[in-house]
Design a protein around this ligand. Structure first.
Ligand code: FPP
Length: 235
């Protein structure tokens, strides 16, 4: 976690909550899945814009441990879109220097999804321009539970466990904490995203629905970030 203080410039890691796809479609009289298709298509636009700005890490909340509560038809449709995207657009991003991480629990993701995730996350490109964390079947509380299980199964004594050990046991082990978290779609909550990591993250909420969140909206978020003063508890 960065120890820098004061006025910020370019964030190292920007996290996004993919929110508003369904409403984007409903507003146009389209099925919700059309919104999800549009939404997943927007990930590469924002990833490319971040690389152009010099941001090194991006993470995106795509499916939570709570999203299984949605109708089965929508869940199946989302997974189909995701598997298709992982094999096409994401593979293209990887060819252009994007390294992928899966952030989330593997069970009970379907085998087709796990295979696609393993394929895209394995073997990073030679020159990495961006590390992109895909939060799929991700829950912040589940992540902390999984980290506790990892630590309890390991060699450390309780007294040896410190914040660095917990951070290293999270799905985001080799990623810095987000400097900026962006939630489009009008809601102002975390919905169980990166609960440990956002301790000192700057939060930015936008009314714009995710499929409409473009380079201009990103610039608005980055410019709001530049106005923030991070103190990390200091003066
Ligand atoms: C959090 O809000 C948002 C997410 C976990 C992302 C949800 C996005 C999808 C399920 C669609 C993704 C589509 C593709 C194709 C990847 P929430 O709505 O889960 O929680 P809330 O009820 O607290 O707002």
């Amino acid at each position: 976690m960065g120890a820098q203080r004061g006025r910020e410039t370019t964030p190292q890691h920007v996290a996004f909550v993919m929110d508003g796809n369904g409403r984007w479609a409903t507003q146009r009289g389209l099925p919700r899945l059309s919104g999800h298709r549009e939404g997943i298509g927007n990930v590469s636009r924002i990833a490319e814009a971040l690389v152009a700005c010099g941001v090194r890490y991006m993470s995106i909340y795509m499916f939570s441990t709570e999203n299984w509560k949605r109708p089965g038809e929508e869940v199946d449709g989302i997974f189909e879109l995701l598997v298709e995207w992982l094999g096409s657009t994401a593979a293209g991003l990887k060819d252009n220097g994007v390294a992928f991480r899966h952030l989330g629990r593997r069970e009970p993701l379907p085998l087709s999804m796990l295979r696609s995730l393993d394929s895209i996350c394995g073997e990073a490109p030679a020159a990495v321009s961006l590390v992109l964390g895909l939060a799929i079947n991700y829950g912040g509380r589940a992540e902390i539970v999984d980290a506790l299980r990892t630590l309890l199964a390991g060699p450390m004594q309780p007294g040896e466990i410190d914040e660095a050990a917990v951070s290293a046991a999270l799905y985001t082990a080799d990623m810095p904490a987000p400097d900026l978290l962006v939630r489009p779609g009008g809601e102002q909550r975390l919905s169980n995203f990166m609960l440990w990591q956002v301790a000192y993250t700057e939060l930015y909420f936008s009314q714009v629905l995710w499929p409409d969140f473009d380079e201009l909206e990103l610039e608005r978020a980055l410019s709001a970030y530049r106005e923030r003063h991070r103190r990390f508890g200091g003066l």
